[in-house]
Write a protein of this length. Structure first.
Length: 177
């Protein structure tokens, strides 16, 4: 079993609903369970500015799927959301990126892990920092720096948290009083 970190993004057709539904669906992937999900964040678009803000989040999934089998599942899920990409770096209905898969480095034509641009994108690192604090045993490192070190180098002042993280469905929270 490996821990896979998935980045979610949407800025078309009710992005909050797209991302919430995709988080649910990620929990239902074969041989996988949802370990943690970040809050949802409203983030200014990277790329052309004449498009709506994005909703971004990160999910952590424990999986027995191989990285390429996971990629196939993510692409099928994007298609079920009738993924639209209107232009390069333009608006999209649902993007699912395999950011990290355990400690693995993967360099394949279809898949590069860690995701090659994640360390320079605050809309990925802010939700990732939120979930990795809960899910990872040690601080995540990217190119010899911790997430916090990368975050200090990026402007994330315009990123707004719009909902709280929910407890993973597999975990039962019991009141103690
Ligand atoms: N910008 C933001 N804020 N969030 C995204 O998920 C996102 N995804 C993209 C591009 C168009 C590069 N810009 C984005 O693919």
């Amino acid at each position: 079993m490996a821990l896979a970190y998935i980045g979610l993004g949407s800025n078309l057709e009710n992005p909050v609903a797209q991302v919430r539904q995709a988080l649910d669906e990620l929990g239902g992937l074969p041989l996988s369970s949802l370990v943690a999900q970040s809050s949802l964040y409203a983030t200014p678009p990277l790329g052309p500015q004449d498009q709506p803000d994005f909703i971004n989040a990160v999910a952590v999934i424990k999986t027995a799927l191989s990285p390429l089998a996971m990629l196939d599942q993510l692409q099928a899920l994007e298609q079920r959301h009738r993924r639209q990409r209107l232009r390069h770096w333009g608006p999209r209905t649902l993007d699912l990126d395999l950011l990290l898969y355990g400690q693995q480095t993967i360099e394949r034509p279809r898949l590069r892990v860690p995701h090659p641009h994640m360390h320079e994108r605050a809309f990925v690192l802010v939700p990732l920092a939120e979930v990795s604090a809960a899910a990872a045993e040690q601080p995540l490192m990217l190119h010899q720096q911790t997430l916090d070190q990368w975050l200090t180098q990026l402007d994330h002042s315009a990123i707004k948290r719009i909902s709280n993280a929910e407890a993973p469905k597999s975990v039962t929270v019991t009141a103690t009083s």
